[in-house]
Design a protein around this ligand. Structure first.
Ligand SMILES: *Cc1c(COP(=O)(O)O)cnc(C)c1O
Length: 364
C-alpha cells in the first residue's frame, strides 16, 4: 500500500492498541498539524474555543449519535481524557448508591470491579475467571435492585466477545473500548457506553462516553467537579481544555466509517476478516485457537498459538519478513493475537494466512 505523503510501504498492522487507523485519516490529520482549515495555523496551536474547533467537537459528537442511531433528545456524548480506565472510577463515583452489578470477563472488567469496590457495594453477577476468561458467561440472573450492571463487550486480552447482550431491567453500562462501531448494536439497550479511542476509533488520549439523560439525572450530588459527568455535559466537553487533537482524529475516523457505508458495512468487513482467520487457525495443523468456547470468539482480537512452542522463532521470522507487525500475544496469555480492528484491510489478513500456510508446508 503506497501512500502519497511519505511513499512508505505500510506494515500489516495487527496491533491490539493503539491500533491501526485508516490511511486517509492519518494523511488528513498530518495536514491539519501543519495548516488546519486554511487558517495558516496548526490544529495544535489554536484555541479549543475557536469557531473552527467548536465545529470539530460538534461533528465528533453528532457522528456518534448518528452511527448509534440515537438522538440528542435522549443521549449526551462527551469526550474526556484519562482513558477508559478513568471511567472505571467515574461510573461508580457518579452512579453507585446502594449496589452495582458487574460481570467479570477479563482483565479490564476486573480493573473496573476493583475501582467500584473502593466506592461501594458490588455484586459479581457472573464471571469466567474459573476458565481463564475463555468464555462469556450465560444464564445468570440479574437482580432488579442494582444501580446498574457493568459489562465489557469485548475481552481484548483473551479474545472473547459478547454475541448477545444481557436483557436487564436496570441501567446497562458497557465498556466498548475494543469493539466500538465494529458491528451493529442496539444502543437503546444501553444507559452508558464508553470507549478509549485508541483501539478502534482514534489515537490514545480521548475517551468517548455516551450517556442516556435519564441515567445522568440519577447521578449523585456534591461530586468533585472534574469527576462529575454533568460538568462535562453542560460544558460541551470544554470544561477544561479537551484532548483537541485526538478528538479531531476521532471525528475523521467516524467520517470515514460513514463514508464507506456505516457500521453495517464495517461489520460485514470485520466478519469476513475474522471468518477467514479462524477458519485457517482451525484448519492448519500447526496452530490452535486459545478461546475454549468457539461461539464466544472475538471478531476483533483473534488469539491463537503454535501447537509446538519450540517453532515460535521460526514462525516469528516468517511473519516479520512478510511486513506483519503487532501479532505477539498479550504477556499474560502468550502465543499470538491478531487484532482485526475496523481499519485493517482484508488483504492484511490474507497475508497472515499465507504465512501460516507456508509455515505449515515447511513444518508439517
Ligand atoms: C485497552 C482497554 C482499556 C483501557 O484503556 P485505557 O484508555 O488505556 O485506560 C479498557 N477496557 C478495554 C476493553 C480495553 O481494551
Amino acid at each position: 500500500m503506497l501512500t502519497p505523503i511519505s511513499k512508505h510501504v505500510k506494515m500489516h498492522n495487527f496491533s491490539a492498541g493503539p491500533g491501526i487507523l485508516p490511511e486517509e485519516v492519518l494523511e488528513e490529520a498530518a495536514k491539519a498539524c501543519i495548516n488546519f482549515d486554511h487558517l495558516n495555523l496548526s490544529l495544535l496551536e489554536i484555541s479549543h474555543r475557536s469557531k473552527n474547533y467548536e465545529k470539530v467537537m460538534e461533528e465528533a459528537r453528532q457522528l456518534v449519535l448518528e452511527l448509534f442511531q440515537v438522538s440528542n433528545d435522549e443521549y449526551e456524548v462527551i469526550y474526556l481524557g484519562g482513558g477508559a480506565s478513568l471511567q472505571f472510577a467515574m461510573i461508580p463515583y457518579n452512579f453507585l448508591k446502594t449496589k452495582a452489578g458487574y460481570i467479570n470477563t477479563g482483565v479490564w472488567a476486573s480493573k473496573a470491579i476493583k475501582e467500584a469496590k473502593l466506592l461501594g457495594n458490588v455484586q459479581i453477577i457472573a464471571s469466567s475467571e474459573d476458565k481463564k476468561f475463555g468464555y462469556i458467561p450465560k444464564n445468570y440472573i440479574v437482580p432488579d435492585d442494582l444501580d446498574y450492571l457493568h459489562i465489557t463487550s469485548n475481552n481484548t486480552i483473551y479474545g472473547t466477545q459478547y454475541k448477545a447482550f444481557p436483557d436487564v431491567n436496570v441501567p446497562l453500562i458497557c465498556d466498548m473500548s475494543s469493539d466500538i462501531f465494529s458491528r451493529e448494536i442496539d444502543a437503546r439497550n444501553f444507559s452508558l457506553i464508553y470507549a478509549g479511542a485508541q483501539k478502534n476509533i482514534g489515537p490514545a488520549g480521548a475517551t468517548m462516553v455516551i450517556i442516556r439523560k435519564d441515567l445522568l439525572e440519577k447521578s449523585k450530588s456534591n461530586l468533585l467537579t472534574m469527576l462529575d459527568y454533568k460538568t462535562h455535559v453542560k460544558a460541551g466537553s470544554m470544561f477544561n481544555t479537551p484532548p483537541v487533537f485526538p478528538v479531531y482524529v476521532i471525528m475523521l475516523t467516524l467520517r470515514w466509517i460513514k463514508k464507506i457505508g456505516g457500521v453495517s458495512a464495517i461489520e460485514k468487513r470485520n466478519e469476513e476478516k475474522a471468518r477467514l482467520l479462524y477458519e485457517e487457525i482451525d484448519r492448519n495443523c500447526m496452530f490452535e485457537g486459545t478461546v475454549i468456547s468457539k461461539e464466544d470468539r472475538s471478531n476483533m482480537n483473534v488469539c491463537f498459538r503454535l501447537k509446538n512452542k519450540l517453532l515460535e522463532s521460526e514462525f516469528d521470522n516468517m511473519w516479520k519478513d512478510a511486513n506483519i507487525s503487532g501479532i505477539r500475544g498479550h504477556r499474560d496469555v502468550g502465543g499470538y493475537r491478531a487484532s482485526l480492528y475496523n481499519a485493517l484491510p482484508v488483504e492484511s489478513v490474507k497475508v497472515l494466512i499465507n504465512v501460516m500456510q507456508e509455515f505449515e508446508k515447511k513444518n508439517a
